[in-house]
Each structure stands twice: as C-alpha cells, then as structure tokens.
Design a protein around this ligand. Structure first.
Ligand SMILES: *Cc1c(COP(=O)(O)O)cnc(C)c1O
Length: 460
C-alpha cells in the first residue's frame, strides 16, 4: 500500500515511512492512495472474531509491503496483551438502543492506548529493520502523552519528548506521564495551551535541518498508523450489533472520528458520525456556519478535548473536496495565516452528509454524568459525558447509537465528584502513583527554547 499527502507535494511512500515520519514533508497529512475495501460478507464475518484478529485483518491491508503477516500478528498480540478487558473494546447497553463502546481498558485508561500500543510495537520493529535512532516529540492535551510513554518508554533507539499544557491536565494525567522511570522519557510542562504545544511540534517539523538531524517523528493522531488502528472498533461494534450504527464521538483533534470516516470509506455501512465537543466548539460552528475559525481555547472539565485547531480535520476536508490536494494546500495555508477558512458549498455539503455536531458545556457534562449514574449505576468520565450529552441533544436516531467511551472515570475524579458527590473507585493501575517522584521541566512557550532543551537532552 502506498500513501499520499493531503497537500500533494510529497512523494508517495510506504507504510513504514509514514509510520516513522508522522507528518508529510510538505506539511500535509498522509492518507492511503486508495482506501482498502471490505465486502459486506467479510465485515459480517468479523462478528464473534477476537478483536486482535479483526485488527490484523484490517491493519494488514495498510501494512502490506512494510511488515510481514507474522510481524504484524506479533505486534498486534503484544499490543493488546496488557488490556483489562478480554474483548479489548466491549459494548455495554445503557438504554434502549443506546450503547457505550468502552475504549479505556488499556495501560493508561484512555482510548489512546488502543492505537499507541500498536504504534509502539510497529515502531520498534520498523526501527530495528532500518537502523538508527528516532526522536518523538508529542503535544498532548492529557492522554496521548501517557499512552505514548506507556507504549514507547524503555524501548531502544527511541527518545520520547512529551509537551503538556502546564496546569491544564488532570493530576492523574500528569502523574501518569511524569512518574515514568524510563531514561528515554522527557516531560515538558509548557507555559501555554495544547494548541501552542501542537504549534511548536509543527514548527520543529518545519525546521527540516533540525528535524532530519534528530530523526523527528510524530505519534500524535497526525500519524496515519493511529487512524488505521482506530478504524478497527468501528468494524467490531457494527459487526456485534449487526446493523449500521450512529457513532457519537467525543472529539478534540478529530482523529478518532476520522477513523469512523475511514471505516466507512473502506466499505463499512456507518450511520451518522456525530461530533461531540465541549465549549471548544470550533467544529460544531464549522458544520453549522460553514466557516472554520479558531478562537481562544477554553479550559473545561474534559481537558483532552480542549483543542481549537483539529489537525485531522484536514484529512476530512481533503476527502470532502474530492481529494483535491491543490485546494487543500491553499486552504490550509490561508487558514494558518488568517485563522479562518470559509468552506466552499460543495465541501460543506459533503461534510454535512456524513457528520453532525453538538457542543456541550461543563454544566451539561456534569448533568450527563449524573443522569447515566442515576439510570444505570455506571460512572462515566467527563469526555464520555460530552458524548452522552450530544446523544441527548441529537434526539431519536434511526439506528443503534454508540457513544465512544474514551476514558476511565478515575482519570478525572474531580469532575466526577462535582457531578455525583463522590469520586470513582481507584483502579489497580493507578495505585501508588502519587508516591512516586515526578520528572518534568517547565518551559516557556517558545520553539527555540524547546529545541534547545531537546538538543541538550539528546546530547547533540
Ligand atoms: C484524545 C481524547 C479525545 C479526543 O480524541 P481526538 O482523536 O483528539 O478527537 C476524547 N476523549 C479522550 C479521553 C481523549 O483522550
């Protein structure tokens, strides 16, 4: 399988190159040259199969030519060995035709593990084959950082730098990152927002001399390997329910929900894809008004979604524009200059045919946690709650509705306590973390300073 850039100015390349590069050299995002196709009978046959087997069947279409079947099987098996749920992504019913798809049973208790564990396994195999070292710099709104550290900490030939917005992640999220004992893990608490951190990553990539010198790589959801791994649960959930599903997806960087679009382009019959956002509602406004315009980022109860500029939206725009790379490149460069992009009517229409969007504030988030708790006894986390709030706004859907449950409630005890008056029970995975020493460096929002810090840690 070959991959192309959404901006059309990068050479076609293989899955391993995409994996190790992250961002395309023209600043665009990689997508498969054409989407692999699954027939209705192939999809129906996923019902009852082990999650790992479905993941293998889907990922092998993307990795062909880069990894052998045996390598991919080993990687997938290792990736899901440390999950608490035997079926990896269990569905639970919370109402008539309403389900949660629990994606938080991995090592760091958020859905990021599902893709990053695979990515870590593939990464170390690809690097072993190619030789040399790689430097990963990740911006995190809270969960990607810990999942990347859990997947890559201690691996040979890789250094991991994780930037989180200082004071804007939960204590549990911070501790999961800063208490890693691995020498190849470096935490930066950035004096800024997630968007600032993401901006710095882009600046480092644009500095090609620096990027090449340290073999800079991204594991944010701009890395297509993550999207590929996230398609899988759209297939397993649909196969389990036996009919097209409306998926409600708590959204920040648009990676998780774009994996739903990818599944649909691969032949899965998907109902609507519902974008659920918190007060950072740029995507909801875009679908309603046709103008993609970033504003100031707000701190909310669902910090992993406190994002204004959703990187993966570029992939959806490219597809909605009929894969017109020239238009996408011009549109993205306009947007980076003016922070505003008016969508052409045809593009907007294509987006609206697939996506709906609902924004909810903290009050509605707390109300959703309380309502689910009252009705079912289950405690949901504030990100999942933004999804449940969107489902309630959406009204009656023609198909089963599945809300992606993206984090374990114990990661956000304060928000849960505000909603139901007590904190969720602490899972074993978090026990004792508070007593460990923390390693982190507080740095100003300045790309030059971050560059210096990375160089000094790498001893280069
Ligand atoms: C990352 C994250 C999201 C948002 O996912 P995107 O792919 O960035 O849209 C939602 N919920 C939780 C808990 C997350 O960690």
């Amino acid at each position: 399988m070959q991959f192309i850039s959404t901006r059309g100015q990068a050479p076609q390349t293989s899955f391993s190159d995409v994996l190790l590069a992250g961002l395309a050299p023209d600043g665009g995002l990689y997508l498969p040259q054409s989407w692999p196709q699954f027939s209705p009978s192939e999809i129906a046959a996923f019902k009852g199969q082990r999650y790992q087997d479905v993941a293998f069947a889907i990922l092998s279409r993307f990795t062909a030519g880069s990894f052998s079947d045996a390598e991919l099987r080993d990687a997938v098996t290792a990736a899901y060995a440390d999950f608490d749920a035997p079926d990896i992504a269990p569905l639970v019913e919370i109402g008539d035709g309403q389900y949660l798809l629990e994606l938080f049973h991995g090592p760091t208790l958020a859905f990021k593990d599902i893709a990053l564990q695979v990515l870590g396994q593939l990464f170390s195999r690809a690097l072993a084959k190619r030789g040399g070292r790689a430097t990963i710099v990740a911006a995190t709104s809270g969960d990607t950082g810990s999942a990347a550290i859990a997947a890559l900490g201690g691996l040979a030939n890789i250094d991991v730098f994780v930037m989180h917005p200082r004071g804007r992640v939960s204590d549990v999220q911070r501790l999961q990152m800063t208490t890693s004992a691995h020498a190849n893990v470096h935490n930066i608490a950035l004096e800024g927002s997630f968007d600032d951190a993401q901006g710095i990553v882009k600046t480092l990539f644009a500095d090609t001399a620096f990027a090449d010198a340290i073999s800079l790589t991204a594991v944010n959801s701009i890395n297509f390997a993550r999207i590929a791994a996230q398609c899988v649960y759209y297939f397993t959930a649909t196969a389990a329910l036996g009919k097209p599903v409306t998926f409600v997806v708590p959204t920040g960087n648009f990676g998780d929900i774009f994996a739903g679009e990818a599944a649909s382009r691969m032949g899965l019959d998907v109902g609507r894809l519902v974008i659920a956002t918190n007060a950072n509602d740029i995507l909801a406004r875009t679908l309603n008004d046709g103008v993609y315009e970033s504003g100031a980022s707000h701190a909310t109860l669902s910090p992993s979604m406190d994002i204004q500029v959703a990187s993966n939206f570029e992939r959806a725009l490219f597809e909605a524009a009929g894969r017109d790379a020239d238009w996408t490149a011009a549109a993205m460069s306009d947007f980076s200059r003016s922070r505003k992009l008016a969508l052409p009517p045809a593009v907007l229409e294509n987006l609206r045919a697939r996506y709906s969007a609902f924004a909810s504030d903290d009050l509605e988030t707390r109300a959703a946690i309380a309502a689910v708790h009252k009705q079912t006894g289950r405690i949901i986390d504030p990100h999942t709650a933004v999804g449940v709030a969107a489902m309630r706004k959406m009204g009656k859907a023609p198909s089963p509705v599945v809300v992606l449950s993206t984090a374990h409630p114990a990661k956000f005890p304060d928000a849960v306590t505000q909603a139901i008056g007590s904190a969720p029970p602490e899972p074993k995975r978090l026990a004792g973390m508070k007593d460990l020493p923390e390693k982190l460096e507080v740095l100003a929002n300045d790309p030059a300073l971050i560059k210096q810090f990375i160089s000094s840690r790498l001893g280069s």
